[in-house]
Design a protein. Structure first.
Length: 257
């Protein structure tokens, strides 16, 4: 795999996002690879639990790769990208085995959206979480928005989505975005400890528990995913979107020099 690594031990698969030079940001090939890996691990009888993390020192994932967004030449490309993003998120939510997200760094927008499909979320204490889509003239995938509502309630969710502000790790813990905040050196150790506790349960019981807890969310996502992709595609070809994203890319490129 080009953008992922998978390591297995004691019936636990560690899936690592490995595009650190781009802060593990998503473009179309990366999203397809994540979906394919999740589907493969679903069929792998040697795997009972999945741990998801990111490579690099700074980021779990900063969400969508903005450079790829401004390269769309037709509205159909933007729609296909949005649908693939939803498909990737849904594949992880439908994954019948327990999932732990070990969020090793910044998790912005769709980056946290991916982690939000995990059953347990652990966050390194130096990380930040945020949903700055509106500041770029964009919207989050519907799956991310609905999952955020489910985690922290629509009141807090609306405030974060509309303001686009960034949260420190302790606030993310306080409002329920994550289950625990840990020092970086303890993150994966704790993830494996929780995994061993979970795996004391019956595989069938774990699967049925996940089906019940995720059922309503999956129904909502299926209902709105196509219309949300249409909205995403529409926004992708507005001048406001293009100008805001170009401005952000130029600003961040300048700050790295």
């Amino acid at each position: 795999m080009e953008y992922l690594t998978i390591n297995k031990q004691n019936k636990i698969a560690l899936l690592t996002l490995t595009r650190p030079e781009k802060y593990n940001a998503f473009h179309l090939p990366f999203l397809r690879e994540i979906e394919e890996a999740v589907l493969q691990l679903q069929k792998d009888e040697s795997v009972r639990l999945l741990i998801l993390t990111g490579a690099g020192e700074k980021s779990f994932s900063t969400g969508v790769d903005l450079v790829s967004l401004i390269q769309f030449e037709a509205i159909e490309q933007a729609r296909d990208f949005a649908l693939q993003l939803e498909a990737t998120m849904t594949a992880l939510l439908r994954f019948s085995k327990p999932v732990i997200a070990a969020i090793n760094g910044y998790a912005f927008g769709g980056g946290f959206g991916l982690a939000s499909n995990a059953d347990v979320r652990l966050l390194v204490d130096s990380a930040k979480i945020g949903f700055p889509a509106v500041r770029l003239g964009a919207i989050l995938p519907v799956g991310c928005t609905l999952r955020l509502n489910a985690l922290i309630g629509s009141g807090r969710s609306r405030e974060l989505l509309l303001s686009g502000r960034i949260l420190q790790a302790q606030e993310a813990l306080q409002i329920g975005l994550v289950n625990e905040v840990l020092a970086k050196e303890n993150l994966l150790t704790r993830a494996f400890e929780i995994a061993e506790e979970i795996l004391k349960g019956s595989d069938l019981a774990l699967e049925m528990t996940k089906q019940v807890t995720n059922q309503d969310l999956l129904i909502q996502m299926e209902k709105y995913s196509v219309s949300a992709a249409e909205n995403f595609a529409y926004l992708a070809f507005t001048e406001d979107w293009k100008n805001r994203i170009r401005s952000f890319i130029n600003k961040t490129s300048g700050s790295k020099k």
